[in-house]
Design a protein around this ligand. Structure first.
Ligand code: ATP
Ligand code: MG
Length: 258
């Protein structure tokens, strides 16, 4: 049964989508079957994987609302071992449609359940909010990864998110675990970055990945070619860091680098 991992942070532009795509790619490179779920109406992960969101007529929205089974919306990608459940702009209205539904907090979980047999990992990219859609992305997960940029407000954001996860676990009877915070866009020459990274490791010991993602231009360029960093520049510093992250995730899950 697939392990479901959601990348989340209510703060925008911290590297959720970049990390979701790169982690999926390197887990696949280690021989695991991965379903990447784009659960953000911005559809960055969909276009980043080389699929035009405007040409997606069946996507995660249809599965979520129960219009079609999720497997019908799954697409192969150019990357062996990575399938994509794409997003399109229809997802933007989904929160409103969900409000009146039964089990509205668990719709994504229900939609993905039949797919869990087919994959080793399901990686969910979520939107920068804490609304009903993101709650769905959280309840669907067994574990979460929180990408954080080493900036002044990062700690408060991280604490808020951890509190939200606790609230969800208490009120929605889930057992979402925190895999860890992932430091992204790190500039080791920046004194602020070094100080914030140190502070995050001090405040959340054992909950920060060893792998640190550097600021790396190849990571910013890859999506404009519809490619993951593994395809675009596998020897870049960014690729190396995400390979380490994937290895760490496998180890945490008690799996070997196949
Ligand atoms: P949103 O909250 O809008 O969904 P996000 O958290 O998914 O954003 P990304 O889209 O992954 O963040 O990254 C934000 C921007 O920073 C993108 O333009 C991306 O290409 C760039 N970026 C992400 N990680 C890096 C990195 N390590 N080095 C350089 N650029 C990066
Ligand atoms: Mg994103």
């Amino acid at each position: 049964m697939a392990r479901v991992i959601t990348l989340c942070n209510q703060k925008g532009g911290v590297g959720k989508s970049t990390s979701a795509q790169a982690l999926a790619a390197f887990l696949a490179a280690y021989g695991r079957k991965v379903l990447l779920v784009d659960f953000d109406a911005q559809a960055n992960t969909t276009s980043g994987m080389g699929v035009n969101p405007r040409k997606v007529d069946q996507g995660v929205y249809h599965a979520l609302i129960g219009r079609a089974p999720a497997h019908e919306a799954v697409k192969k990608t150019q990357l062996l071992g990575v399938d994509l459940l794409p997003a399109n702009s229809a997802l933007a209205g989904a929160a409103v449609e969900l409000v009146d539904m039964r089990n509205r907090e668990y719709k994504l979980k229900e939609a993905l359940e039949p797919l869990r047999r087919k994959y080793d990992f399901i990686i969910i990219d979520s939107a920068p909010s804490l609304g009903l859609l993101t709650i769905n992305a959280l309840t669907a997960a067994q574990k979460i990864i929180i990408p954080v940029q080493c900036e002044y407000y990062a700690l408060e954001g991280l604490a808020d998110l951890l509190r939200t996860v606790q609230l969800i676990n208490t009120n929605l009877k889930t057992r979402i675990g925190v895999m860890g915070a992932l430091l992204t866009m790190y500039d080791r020459k920046s004194r602020l970055h070094r100080a914030v990274a140190k502070e995050i490791r001090r405040k959340f010991p054992g909950y920060v990945f060893q792998a640190v993602i550097p600021r790396n231009v190849a990571l910013a360029e890859a999506p404009s070619y519809g490619k993951t960093i593994l395809q675009y520049d596998p020897y870049s510093h960014g690729a190396k860091a995400y390979r380490e992250l994937a290895a760490e995730v496998l180890k945490m899950e008690g799996l070997r680098e196949a």
